[in-house]
Design a protein around this ligand. Structure first.
Ligand SMILES: *[C@@H]1O[C@H](CO)[C@@H](O)[C@H](O)[C@H]1NC(C)=O
Length: 360
């Protein structure tokens, strides 16, 4: 089986489960960035709900810099054309090296217990997705990292574990962690299609409609994080990590975004989802409510009903757990409830449309 290629991942990845993040090392990070010639006009604070976020420290006008992130502070972790062993091993090397020149950045990464995505969810959780695409994805990541660890893929890899980190011991858990760190925090700009791990902007919380942006990072030694509207000192600074439907956010970032009203269908439950076409943040599924002829509406209703039946008809692969014992189990059960909720909402909406048409 081929290794998951970086190209299968979206162009913009990154998000942290806000509350799990320490803030202690942020001052050191920002001072390091300034020392390298960069600018940061923001600070990290924890709000009254315990959620960490990025806040403006001065008035920043539209199109001014929130931060200027110097190239020297960016880990270039590979390209979309290579296998994901490249970013995984790049992160592993820096993380294992006590003298890494990226140390102030690395010190702000969540620890192995605080980062979660498809790279480090154990295979036993795979059937809990109750969806063929996500189950397959989970098992592919698992098998990819096992093969990277046991060396069976070495001949086809760009770099092997030993070539990158030498003879020091590397556990499967180390690889899972490095994979999760790199895949949750790379960014790629429109002009520079590399897996760039850039500090600062990744501290901003996700808001789907947020317009603050990153510069194209071409011909300059800075990646600029730019305000899309005027910010006052103390304003929270957001960033949009993409359409981030619930299932996608869980698979790639290990968290459920804020519940929206009306609820949004998961990526795999959306009529635009095509299992064979790699998902791209540039072409997310339509946000427009489905409309059509009565026949099309009935077909969509039937499609949703069969997904619903599949979810409710698939028994849990793991025994029931009291809430709070197993965060991954809880997350996947919460996702399941979100999927059903969105499907029920959409089915009721379509039934309403059909009733309206019959009355005409
Ligand atoms: C390495 O791991 C892969 C994936 O689990 C497995 O298929 C393969 O048999 C393993 N090879 C060795 C030499 O252990």
């Amino acid at each position: 089986m081929s290794a998951p290629a970086a190209g299968l991942l979206p162009l913009l990845l990154l998000i942290l489960t806000a509350s799990a993040q320490p803030v202690d090392n942020i001052d050191a990070l920002f001072n390091w960035i300034r020392g390298l010639g960069g600018e940061v006009h923001a600070e990290v604070k924890v709000d009254s709900n315990g959620v960490r976020g990025l806040y403006a420290t001065k008035a920043i006008a539209t199109m001014e810099n929130i931060a200027a992130i110097p190239s020297a502070a960016i880990i270039n972790a590979g390209s979309f054309l290579e296998s994901f062993s490249v970013p995984t091993l790049t992160v592993l090397r820096e993380w294992k090296d006590p003298h890494s020149r990226f140390k102030p950045y690395i010190d702000t990464w969540p620890g192995p217990d605080a980062v979660l995505n498809s790279c480090n969810m154990a295979a036993k959780y795979a059937p809990m997705w109750k969806n063929e695409h996500w189950e397959k994805t989970a098992l592919e990541w698992d098998s990819f990292l096992l093969s990277l660890h046991n060396g069976s893929m070495n001949v086809d890899l760009e770099y092997t574990v030993k070539e990158v980190v030498g003879n020091q011991p590397v556990s499967l858990e180390d690889l899972r962690y490095a994979c999760a760190i790199s895949s949750t925090r790379y960014v790629s700009t429109t002009r520079r299609k590399r897996l760039l791990m850039a500090p600062v902007f990744d501290l901003a919380n996700h808001e789907r409609d947020c317009d603050n942006m990153l510069s194209t990072y071409e011909g300059e030694d800075f990646l600029y994080f730019i305000a899309a509207k005027d910010l006052q000192p103390g304003d929270e600074i957001c960033y949009s990590y993409g359409a981030l439907r619930d299932d996608y956010a869980v698979a790639h970032y290990g968290f459920l975004p804020r519940l929206e009203d009306p609820p949004r269908l998961s990526l795999v439950d959306h009529r635009d989802f095509k299992p064979d076409v790699p998902y791209s943040h540039d072409e997310p599924p339509s946000e427009e409510p489905f409309v059509g002829t009565p026949e099309e509406l009935r077909a969509e209703l039937q499609r949703l009903r069969s997904i619903r039946n599949h979810i409710t008809g698939t028994p849990d692969a793991l025994p029931p757990q009291p809430r709070g014992q197993d965060p991954i189990y809880d997350l996947l059960k919460d996702l399941e409830a979100r999927r059903l909720n969105a499907i029920d909402y959409e089915m009721a909406r379509i039934e309403g449309l059909l009733r309206g048409k019959e009355e005409l």
